[in-house]
Structure formats: C-alpha cells, structure tokens
Design a protein around this ligand. Structure first.
Ligand SMILES: *Cc1c(COP(=O)(O)O)cnc(C)c1O
Length: 474
C-alpha cells in the first residue's frame, strides 16, 4: 500500500488532474454493509481501481482550481504513524499534546503573539474563524453569554468584514447566534482590499443608529483574488473603536514564512485572534486548520466546561490541564499536530517559505503571459498566488446577438469545464465585479511554469473552438 502511494505521488504528472467517475466505479462502491470479512488485498485493489483514480486531484501540479494544498510524502508517513498510535488529543497527560503545544509555540513566535496566547488544531479555517467569532463574543458579552445566548433585542451587536471575505465568516456569525445580517460587508478598493474609509463610515453610522460594533474581521489572502487587507490600518481602527480584531489568514498567513512576502502581512501581530490552515500553503495533508488567540484565558473561558468524567488532577493521567478540549468544541481529536511537526522538522520552515514565494512568482509569470496574449484578459490584480482572467469573446458576443455579458460569461464557464474534463489542468471560476472569471490559485509546491503554460494553452484552444462552434450554430 505504501509503494502504491509513493508511486501515485511520484508519477502524478502522468495522470489526468481530474477525470469523470465512470458509472461502473460509482456502482461498484454501492453495496450493502459487509457482514463478512474480506481479504485486505482485495479491498486495497478496490481502492486502487475505483477510488484512487477519481479524486479531485489536488496532489497534481495542474490543480489550480481552488486554494488547496498538495501534501508531501513526509506528511503521508506522519499520518501513517499517527494512525498507528491512534492518540486522542482531547486531553490527558500525554506527549502528543506536548507536540500540539510545541506547534502552537512556533506559531506564537512566527506571528509575534505573546506567551499567554493559545492555539488549537481544528479541521480548517472555517472552524478556526468560528472559534475567533466565539471568543470575540465572550469578550463583548462576558462569559454569561454561554448560558443566556445572544439577545438581539437587548444589544444589537454588529461586525465588519470585506465584501471579499470568505463565506465561512458569515456562516460563523450565523452559528454564533448573531445572524449573518449583523455582518456588514465593506466595499473593496481597486486592489480588492477592504476600503478602510468605508469601514470607518459604517462604524460611525451603526453607532449613530444604536448598533454596537464589536468585531472586525480582516482577510490576509482573499479567496477570490489573494488580496491582503491593510491589517495595520484595521488594527488601528479596532484599537480606537475597541473592537475585537480577527484575521482570516486561511492560506495567506503562512506567507509569514516567505521573507519577500512577510512584510505585507504587517499588522497581523496585532490581531486578537487568527485563523489559518497548514493544509493549504503549509503543504500538510488534510486536514490541519489552526486557531491562535492572543488572550489565552479568554479563549479557555469561552469553551472549557467541567464534567466529572473530564476531571483534572495534578497526578496520573488527569494531569496536564488545560487540555485542547478546553479551547474549542471538539472533545475527541486526531493528532493533526504530528504531521505538521514532521513537515516543519523535515523540510524546515525556510523551504516551506521558499515554496510559497515560488507559487507567487509563478502567478506573476502567468500574469505576464496573459498580458502578452491578446486573446486573454486579466480580470484582477495579482497580489499573491491567484490569477483571475478570461478568454476574450466580446466581439463574437455582438455578432451572435446575445447579451454581451452573459455570452462571455457562459463561454468562459464552458471553457473552464472543458479544461477540467480534458484532465490537462483544473481551474475554477468566480465572479469578479459581477463578471465570470477563470481562476487559477497556485498553491501546490509541485506546480511549475510548464503547468501554467499548459493551462493557458488549453484555455485558448477550447476558447477558439467554442467561439467557432457558437458562430456556426447561431
Ligand atoms: C480556504 C479558506 C477558508 C476556509 O478554510 P477551510 O480550511 O477550507 O475550512 C476561509 N477563508 C479563506 C480566505 C480561505 O481561502
């Protein structure tokens, strides 16, 4: 099984990035609960035949559709030993929790947080954003909110994020009981960063109308275009207005490891809470999200509860309090820290940082190639590792007498699907200022300039044939 996985990773370029699941494979896995045992070898063979070839393909260097990491062989081996150990990191006095504390310590140092800051592994940034919002809620409402819940009739608490913020932020406000309408989406400037004048105006308006601003969420690396909000500017406003300052740095925060990009994250060290993923730019296998909170005591008060079966002591297995289960909603937890610890120790943080820099250089190479090609058009500035562009079809749109915008959008959406189905590359689409764009997020350490060339060549090829076909049929 190990050999097969090493072969898979080593020869990944020979495979299509993604391929449609044949009906036969889907059918083969629809069976009744197996009451009887089977040979491990035969189950492994079923995995090789029906599962391995049909995953989304984020190990592949041509995968650029969404912000997803590529993993490493070291991470895979760490997952193997971790599964063998089968540690439950909810609590107890055990060395695996010391490793989680060690990673938290590294992150505290990396982001310039004080020693009272606490960190906890979670599934991903969606959960880490929720943790940030919940600790902010405790800061605003006191610990009593855990019993009473938020009462919107009593206090109209509101928060702020950029219009380009990830959807998990509005979801976090829904789950935390504030409702997503309490989140004010602040317009972006021409670089797709939160417009801080608009933020100040919104806070002022809200206060005038009897709302209580309590939280501002900055984004370090926006999901659509990779924009970094002015974190220092937001920190100033948060300090002046006495707001909790949370940063969603899902992928962007780890650019702190890249000396050429780190200065652009200035202000991140002033966040009250920070959410990010090791499984994106950190190349740690899924899943490995992380929440870091400046005020560790407040973090603990937000989640810790006492129950006789989770009693603490200063001897035997109940020692070592506080436990990770005191810092989030999870009790049973896997040893996510181990694959992260292995990744940092084996590769070193400089090398991870260099891979991050390289994906940003590739994005600049892609931008230049697009700008030099009259058939392609850039749709957003390239600040980090994400490139939004499209195949130009506006002239054809007029000729075919379809509404220009939707025609160009539907052709580009079609091109994206054709490229995915070809297996050459995996881009995705998003809306940039209301218009559809093809989006390439370069996250995988395996991606090289030839993968960028292959994606762009495929877009042009499918674009031309698509437009020619539409002209003929109209
Ligand atoms: C990926 C991403 C998230 C969500 O993180 P998950 O790990 O997928 O839960 C949140 N915000 C941004 C900016 C992201 O890129």
């Amino acid at each position: 099984m190990l050999d097969d996985m090493f072969d898979y990773i080593e020869n990944i370029r020979e495979r299509p990035v993604w391929q449609p699941i044949p009906e036969i494979a889907r059918k083969a896995t629809r069976e009744k609960l197996p009451h009887q045992p089977s040979d491990l070898a035969s189950v492994h063979q079923a995995f090789m035949d029906t599962i391995l070839p049909y995953s989304a393909g984020n190990v592949h260097p041509g995968f650029m559709g969404w912000v997803q990491g590529g993993g490493t062989p070291v991470g895979m081996l760490a997952e193997m030993v971790s599964a063998g150990l089968n540690a439950n990191l909810g609590g107890r006095d055990q060395m695996p929790i010391e490793i989680e504390r060690q990673v938290a310590g590294w992150m505290r140092d990396l982001f310039g947080f004080p020693k009272e800051a606490t960190g906890v592994f979670v599934t991903g940034t969606s959960m880490a954003n929720l943790i940030g919002v919940l600790v902010a809620r405790t800061a605003a409402c006191g610990i009593a909110v855990r019993r009473t819940g938020v009462n919107p009739q009593e206090r109209r608490l509101v928060s702020y994020a950029s219009a380009g913020a990830h959807s998990s932020i509005s979801q976090a406000l829904e789950i935390a009981g504030f409702g997503s309408t309490s989140l004010r989406l602040i317009p972006m400037n021409e670089r797709f960063e939160m417009d801080l004048c608009a933020l100040e105006r919104a806070i002022e308006n809200d206060r005038r109308e009897g709302f209580e601003p309590f939280l501002v969420l900055g984004t370090a690396g926006s999901v659509d275009v990779g924009a970094i909000d002015d974190l220092s500017g937001i920190a100033d406003i948060a300090a002046r207005e006495e707001l909790w300052f949370h940063v969603d740095g899902a992928f962007g925060a780890l650019a702190m490891l890249a000396s050429d990009i780190a200065p652009r994250l200035a202000g991140i060290e002033r966040a009250d809470s920070l959410a990010f993923d090791f499984h994106k730019w950190g190349q740690v296998p899924y899943d490995a999200g992380f929440a870091l909170v400046r005020d560790g005591a407040l973090h603990r008060r937000t989640f810790a509860s006492s129950s006789p079966y989770l009693a603490r002591a200063n001897r035997a297995m109940n020692a070592g309090s506080p436990w990770p289960c005191d810092f989030g909603p999870d009790l049973s937890r896997s040893f996510r820290a181990l694959k992260t610890w292995f990744t940092f120790k084996v590769y070193g943080s400089d090398r991870i940082g260099a891979a991050i820099s390289r994906t940003c250089s590739l994005a600049q190479y892609m931008r230049q190639t697009i700008e030099a090609n009259p058939e392609l058009e850039l749709r957003a500035p390239v600040a980090l590792n994400i490139v939004c562009f499209r195949f130009r079809v506006d002239d054809g749109g007029e000729a075919i007498a379809l509404p220009g915008a939707s025609y160009s959008d539907s052709v580009n959406s079609e091109i994206c699907a054709l490229v995915q189905e070809s297996g050459i590359a995996a881009p995705s689409t998003t809306l940039i200022r209301g218009r559809l764009a093809i989006r390439a997020a370069i996250v995988n350490h395996r991606t090289a300039s030839r993968d960028i060339d292959a994606l762009l060549a495929a877009v042009v090829q499918f674009g031309r044939s698509r437009v020619a076909l539409l002209r003929k049929t109209s």
